[in-house]
Design a protein around this ligand. Structure first.
Ligand SMILES: [Zn+2]
Length: 360
């Protein structure tokens, strides 16, 4: 069987080799999805197209890879999971499996080119090269829409008449940015954000982080292990200390200082976003401490004494107000309101809350 002629620029490429998680048994915190896929696979009732929905870094692509491994494994276990040692498993692990295709936008772009989808259609006219299943991973599926309806429509044809022994997995954060015609042709599976305790445990074992640092990183990861592993804990601690210093200065400072702070922070959007997240986390911890939540739930486990002192110095109403003001500023920035003006107002709010007797 001859493979279709391939053009280097448009051929769907195998994913780069990755170490670490690659089988169903390695996937963390997505028990329902994994069990659903294994059951469907063993019963021969897999859908021809899946849409994996959920935040980034919670295991969607890993699950697609685990599914490809299980479907092509020469000696799967009784539960259907791949063995990890047969030639198919080894090729998948090495990123050279001919029947696992990943379609993504080119580096630096956010759309998948129509030529790539056309090439995929050509490739799928032929049976899988290894005689098993060809699994095509499209990530992110959002890259198929917007001004790129041509690519989405070309894919629809494959979704409508799936060739035998082919399975498509589309990955997206949510359905809102996808074409309804694509969504309706896929079996949807929702991936949940990972629980904080699980992320802390992984950070402790994989990064050897002390629990106090792991708790802070986990609290900022939004339930994404991928994001948690990508965050630099030392840098995060440095930023956290800077944010707590800023909050203390704002509480006591003059209006001039507030405006100066706003100007400094608006120069770097990443610093600004981090300030808003870290400051909210601080007030969240003050509130949790006030309502006597177990210490294990706190993000700032290395600062229990400081938290206790801060807790004694103001009332929960202040922290609720500050927390709300930070969330409002975040929403204003997401809506592209003027960052400096948003921060001026936020700074003045935080300052006034810190000076309850200030009558200006
Ligand atoms: Zn195997």
């Amino acid at each position: 069987m001859a493979a279709p002629k391939k053009d280097q620029a448009t051929t769907p490429t195998p994913p780069p080799p990755e170490s670490g998680l690659r089988y169903f048994r390695d996937i963390l915190g997505q028990d329902w999805v994994v069990s659903h896929l294994k059951t469907a696979m063993l019963a021969g009732r897999l859908s021809h197209a899946y849409l994996f929905l959920g935040p980034g870094g919670v295991g969607k692509a890993t699950t697609a890879r685990a599914l490809a491994a299980a479907l092509n494994c020469a000696q799967p276990g009784a539960d259907g999971d791949a063995c990890g040692t047969c030639p198919s498993c080894r090729r998948l692990h090495g990123g050279t499996h001919p029947d696992f295709l990943v379609i993504s936008p080119e580096e630096g772009k956010n759309q998948i080119k129509i030529e790539v989808i056309r090439e995929l259609r050509r490739v799928t006219e032929y049976p899988p090269l290894g005689g098993g299943w060809r699994v095509v991973l499209i990530k992110p599926a959002e890259a198929l829409t917007a001004q790129n309806d041509a690519a989405a429509n070309a894919l629809l044809k494959t979704l409508e008449e799936p060739p035998p022994q082919h399975l498509l997995v589309l990955i997206a954060r949510g359905e809102a940015d996808l074409l309804p015609t694509i969504v309706s042709r896929c079996h949807k599976l929702a991936f949940a954000p990972l629980p904080s305790a699980l992320i802390i445990q992984e950070l402790e074992s994989r990064r050897s982080l002390p629990r106090s640092q792991a708790a802070l990183v986990a609290a900022l990861s939004g339930g994404s292990l991928g994001r948690a592993l990508a965050l630099d804990p030392d840098e995060l601690l440095r930023q956290r200390d800077q944010v707590l210093g800023d909050l203390a200065r704002l509480n006591r400072g003059s209006t001039g200082l507030v405006l100066e702070w706003a100007q400094r922070l608006t120069k770097n959007r990443a610093d600004l976003d981090n300030f808003l997240l870290l400051a909210q986390l601080w007030y969240r911890d003050l509130l949790l401490a006030h309502f006597q939540a177990p210490a294990g739930l706190l993000a700032h486990q290395d600062l229990l004494t400081t938290l206790e002192q801060a807790r004694a110095s103001a009332a929960p109403a202040t922290w609720f107000a500050n927390f709300a003001a930070l969330g409002k500023a975040q929403r204003h920035l997401q809506a592209n309101l003027n960052p400096e003006l948003t921060l001026d107002i936020l700074g003045l709010r935080l300052q006034r809350q810190g000076n309850p007797h200030d009558s200006r």
